[in-house]
Design a protein around this ligand. Structure first.
Ligand code: NDP
Length: 453
């Protein structure tokens, strides 16, 4: 084995987590090999957060055009061409991929394109070559799950929607999680007739109940038809498109279908058996608080571990691993109080406990504000902004912050610092409002809407 095939660290997967871990380890002086099967960037950059948000920006322009007249502009009429958006998006992703490639190069990370497979402890095979390292990090991410309902593999996944050159007339979205809600909202604003079918009573299971209710109302206001409590039996292709057959014998049909029933860890053909790593019930690689797998010298981070499947969490896990193992700076990621956003219209953002979770913990005060934002009221829209603070009564600490409304993700990111720092309701109260904003409502909530316990 030549020296050129021996490294301090081999990272499998050049997504957000793998790139962050590689660069940080290299910065600590490690000789790093990063192996990626397709393109540099991973789900977030190439198939997820970034192109999705670019698509959201495109969809929001419809609202601007619609409101422009009321603000004194001459009427704006405009057509949307998804093909042009896709081309422009591809150019931008190529640019970003180049930026990542450049960053890896300047960090001294060796990159290799090819499918990597574990070949025993400390060994990885790719492109017919064997590479050795004292430490191996698995950061292979996840992919859409296509097995939940018979026929689901006929449907588009989010990857396909981000590559469209033509819009369907109608779209059936199966599922009601992040991806379902975001794309239903975005495509409805492009003029697609969207229907959502999901098994729960409301979209966004796990979110605060009030947020779920407002999300459902906001989707309906955008023209999305909601079908809750759907027991799906089979998805079939018909002469005109697709049909989702339901257990109650009814059926939902559309020109196209988006499978948004969740994602599964990428562990296929990874050679986990060669190192005796067994996946859990969700197909994920089990790890401890320091991202160690059951195999010596092998760690795993990000979506392949199915902890909190969000880009910044994978990045933090990757950096904590590198700082601990190569930087002499032991670090551990807390998975508590991770803020997250759903980029629907208006967007949702949330951090901390839901009202239901807080009530279980002890006496809780709930502050709520609901209003028509100035910009929308001005044009006669009924669109509402919703805000909620969850406060632990004994300590006065704010333990949950939830919002649906324009700029919610930007606002909640700022407030997340206050929550993480342990801010109390009193701290919020003595913060001077910034006027006129929507965010100021968070420091102007006087009386609890509800008191529990
Ligand atoms: P989610 O886990 O958020 O949602 C999956 C949805 O599919 C749920 O509504 C679930 O229903 C439903 N479902 C699952 N299995 C079945 C089945 N067999 N039949 C019918 N319905 C089913 O997954 P997503 O794919 O939307 O997103 C994956 C992850 O990616 C998210 O959890 C999130 O971590 C991340 N993500 C984050 C984004 C952001 O931060 N803005 C954007 C997109 C993704 P039920 O609730 O009843 O189980």
């Amino acid at each position: 084995m030549s020296h050129s095939n021996t490294f301090d660290l081999i990272v499998i997967g050049a997504g957000s987590g793998g790139i962050a871990a590689s660069r940080r380890a290299a910065a600590h002086g490690a000789r790093v090999l990063l192996i990626e099967g397709t393109r540099i960037g991973g789900t977030c950059v190439l198939r997820g957060c970034i192109p999705k948000k670019l698509m959201m920006y495109a969809s929001e322009m419809r609202g601007c055009f619609a409101d422009a007249g009321a603000f004194g502009w001459s009427e704006v009429s405009a057509d949307f061409d998804i093909g042009r958006w896709t081309q422009a998006k591809d150019r931008e992703l190529n640019r970003l991929e180049g930026v990542y490639r450049q960053m890896l190069e300047s960090s001294g990370v060796h990159t290799l394109l090819g499918h990597a497979r574990l070949a025993g402890e400390r060994a990885v095979e790719a492109n017919g070559q064997r590479y050795l390292a004292e430490r191996i990090l698995i950061a292979t991410g996840g992919a859409p799950s296509t097995t939940g309902i018979p026929g689901l593999d006929l449907a588009w996944t989010s990857d396909d929607v981000l590559q469209l050159t033509e819009l369907p007339r109608s779209l059936l979205v199966i599922g009601a999680g992040y991806i379902a809600v975001e794309f239903a909202s975005i495509l409805s604003q492009f003029g697609v007739q969207v229907t959502m079918a999901y098994r729960a009573e409301r979209p966004l299971r796990g979110f605060d109940e009030d947020l779920r209710q407002h999300a459902a109302q906001a989707l309906e206001a955008r023209g999305v038809a909601l079908h809750a409590g759907v027991r799906a039996q089979e998805l079939v292709r018909t002469a005109h498109g697709f049909e989702l057959r339901r257990a109650d014998a009814a059926a939902l049909s559309a020109d196209a279908v988006l499978n948004a029933t969740g994602r599964r860890p990428n562990v296929g053909n990874l050679g986990l058996d060669t190192v005796r790593i067994a996946t859990d019930a969700a197909g994920a690689i089990p790890v401890d608080a320091d991202s160690r797998t059951a195999a010596r010298g092998i760690w795993a981070i990000g979506d392949v571990t199915n902890r909190v499947n969000l880009t910044p969490v994978a990045i933090a896990e990757g950096r904590a691993f590198a700082d601990t193992e190569f930087g002499g700076r032991p670090a551990r990621v807390s998975h508590d109080n991770v803020a997250s956003a759903v980029f629907c219209s208006p967007p949702i953002a949330t951090i901390g406990m839901t009202e239901a979770q807080a009530m279980e913990r002890g006496p809780t005060d709930v502050y709520v504000s609901r209003f028509r934002p100035m910009k929308k009221a001005f044009v006669g829209s009924q669109e509402q902004t919703f805000m909620k603070l969850i406060v632990e009564r004994g300590s006065g600490r704010v333990t949950g912050i939830h919002m649906l409304g324009a700029d919610a993700p930007e606002i909640i990111q700022g407030l997340a610092i206050a929550l993480s720092a342990g801010a109390t309701k009193q701290d919020f109260d003595r913060t001077m409002a910034m006027h006129p904003t929507s965010a100021e409502e968070f420091v102007l909530m006087r009386e609890p809407a509800r008191r529990h316990g």
